[in-house]
Every structure is written in C-alpha cells, then in structure tokens.
Design a protein around this ligand. Sequence first.
Ligand code: TXA
Ligand code: MG
Length: 317
Amino acid sequence: MTTTEILSADASGIARAAALLRAGGLVAFPTETVYGLGADATNDQAVAQVFEAKNRPRFNPLIAHVASLDEARALGVFNATAMALADAFWPGALTLVVPLRESFPLSELVTDGANSVALRVPGSDIAQRLLVEFGGPVAAPSANPSGRVSPTTAAHVLAGLDGRIAAVLDGGPAEVGLESTIIACLDTPTLLRPGGLPVEIIEQAIGGALASPAQSAEKLLAPGMLRSHYAPGASLRLNANAPDEGEVWLGFGPETAHSDLNLSPAGDLREAAANLFAYLRQIDPGEDGRIAVSPIPEHGLGRAIADRLRRAAAPRD
Ligand code: TXA
Ligand code: MG
C-alpha cells in the first residue's frame, strides 16, 4: 500500500503530478471524458504498474495522451482521414488508432507490441496543463479496477484505487462522462468503440460511413472491449419500462418520473451521458441486487450509453 496523494488542480498540484509521473509513479487525472490512470508512456515499469493497479487480466493496449497534434505526429503516422479527424475534433473526446513510428521510444506495453498506437489529445484544461508540464506521452486507461464502472470524479477514483496509486489530481466531475470514441485510421476508417463524440458527427466530417470492426479487412477490435465491462455490483435488466418486484429503477426521460434515479428527466442524452457512471454507482444495491434500466434511444450519444449498459448487463466471468 502507498498513501495516495490528493492534489488540487492548481499550478503546484499539476507540478507535483508531473514530477510523480517523471519518477515512474501512477497519477490519476481528469479528462473531459472520464478520469485516466496516467503513467509515463516511455517507462516500461510505470506502464506495467498500470495493469497491476487495475488488476487487468491481460495486457490490453493503452491510449497515449499528448498535448498537441504535433506531438501525436511524432508518435504515429497520420493519413488524410486521420488528419481531417484530428483537425476537426482535437482536442476532444476522440481517440485515433494510427500506425506507430517505430523510432519513438514508446513502451511496448502501451501498444501491446502491435505496430499501431491509440492517440488522444484531451480537451480538458487540466489534462492539457498536465501534459504540457510533463512534456511527453502519458499512457492512461480509465482509472478504475478492471471490469468496473469508469470514474467521473476523484472520489470514484479513490473508491477503486486508493492506496494503489501515487496520486489523484482532483478536477471536479468529468464533463462528458463517457470514454472517447475510438476510430482506427489504418486502411478503412473503422469505429472501434462508440463514445463521447457521436458517430454521426464524425461521419459528417469524413463525408462517409465508418466501417464496423467486422467489416474491416483486419477484423480489428479494440481489445479492451470485453463483453462484460463497466459493471456495477448488481445485475442489470435493460429496456425496462417499469421495475419488477425487488428491482431498483434507473430511468431516462419524462415518462420515468417514478424511477429511483433518472439519468435525464428531460430526456437529454448529453445529460444522461454525464450522469451515467456516477448514477450506476449511486443506485448500485450491491451483488445480490438488481437494477432495471429504461430504454435509451440509440442515436448520438445514446449509442455509446446503450453500448456501456449492454456491457454492464452482460454475463460476468
Ligand atoms: O476517454 C477515454 O478514452 C479514457 C480517457 C482516460 O482517455 N481512456 C480509456 O482507456 O477509456 P481504456 O484503456 O479504458 O480504453 C482504451 C481502449 C481499449 O479498449 C483498448 O483495447 C483500445 O482502447 N486500444 C488501445 N490501443 C489500441 C490499438 N493500438 N488498437 C486498437 N485498440 C486499442
Ligand atoms: Mg476502461
């Protein structure tokens, strides 16, 4: 056990966080999507500790976070589609998988030895300041124990990882509340994970449809997309228009005024996304309990919300 420092998101907190990263420590930090568990992406030992702290069953590749497109291009090769997407949506809730530049001294644990790398320039001001201060790529999965709900506050991070990481930088609640959308720009632009940037907006920017992993020549999948994931303790029943006996009810929209907790009484998908992970924690009655969840319309951010709920409801290993 180590004592996990709680750092405020001011100049001295950010300087301390960067120093801990440089020393090979793990620092959880806020992004606009969810909190990430950061490690120096060029330090094998530090990256290995990420898997250890999260209890990840296997070495899934991690997203490398950088402060700018220029820094991203030092790590990966951007084709025309990748450039267009980076120009349109970075900094933001978008991760691009591109060919790795072999000359960059990135830890192989970040790419899992593959010749592609997942890159993201986060938009949150605190993440930006930390990345600038650190001055290199920070590998960061979501800052939760493997298989559990992603954290959208510093308190969520501590609930899962207190004593297992060097520090958490407290930047208040994450604005978007869902992980980034992941697009592979290798051959055909392919959607690997729906997320905080709606697919429709991305397709509009590239002027065509994204392939799904099954259609792509390489049958790519984001390896971290295990079927059961994002799970609260209780079991979930989806598309529930009312709770059964013994269930608590997570509602969505004005028709679900009687629910125990409502993701968005107004039926606003952006609000529901921001509330999703916090409310799954808040409503969770624990391992013997059951949660009924209202239907979520599957357009815009609703697609990523429904994806996370399906994973939370999937059979557990
Ligand atoms: O919003 C987010 O994306 C957050 C914040 C912290 O940036 N991060 C996050 O990381 O959600 P994580 O590790 O929980 O999910 C990253 C996903 C995994 O499913 C992983 O398999 C996939 O990205 N991934 C990483 N590198 C990849 C690669 N080279 N090719 C394909 N998928 C990759
Ligand atoms: Mg995660």
